[in-house]
Design a protein around this ligand. Sequence first.
Ligand SMILES: [Zn+2]
Length: 257
Amino acid sequence: MSQDLELLVALQETDRQLAECQTKTRLFAAERERIEAEFQRHIAAFTTAQTNLDAVRRRLRDLEIELSQFQAQFAKYTADLQRVRNQREYETAIREIDTAKKSAAQCESKIVEAQAELVALEAEVASYAPDIERRRAETDAALAENGRAEAAYLAEVEIIRHQRREMEAKLSKAWLTNYNRVSKLRGGQALSQVINGTCSACRMRLRPQVHSLVRQGIGIHTCDNCGRILFYRPETEAPASVERASVEKAAAATAEP
Ligand SMILES: [Zn+2]
């Protein structure tokens, strides 16, 4: 077999490995998503309680601001009361004092309610904490392990890519171009092994002259039917009786378009 053909066979094997790598790389990402989703599922109740707790804290803060505003109004109108000059101003001040007092009282009772909610929610969130911490630690450890495995795997892939670049550099440009073209057309399989005189990829029987040249390793030939680059390995050849059966089968089979 010519050196170019040996290289093409090796290139095909490398590309097969790289195609597998693509699938495996996607699996690492999918596994990470699964690990994180599992954690999120476990902490759903905690997340809800935490969200409610945050909302109560915000409400409490707003209520306290509101209360201080009513208290300021109360203080202002109480001071105004000292300076009233007539009955009308007196009544206005009294009315405003009353309104501010009532509003402040309403606000205070809302604050008391919110504080009770806050205490309950804080207790609920705290009750989840040890379990969450443990699960988070487990999740982080699983993610880190996945990351390490992926990094190690990607380093292996890089070695394969490097080998491919070396092969490309050694190959003649014409055959490399041909290989890439057929590979693209034929779903990544640019080469086909000749077994018992037949292209093993499309099952087309080779012309006797082409078969003879491929067997002897003279030149590089492509399948008339599928265009794949043909190669031959003597050790895979079946015994004569099997070959006859195979020939009949190949003749009966419909050739790939
Ligand atoms: Zn073929």
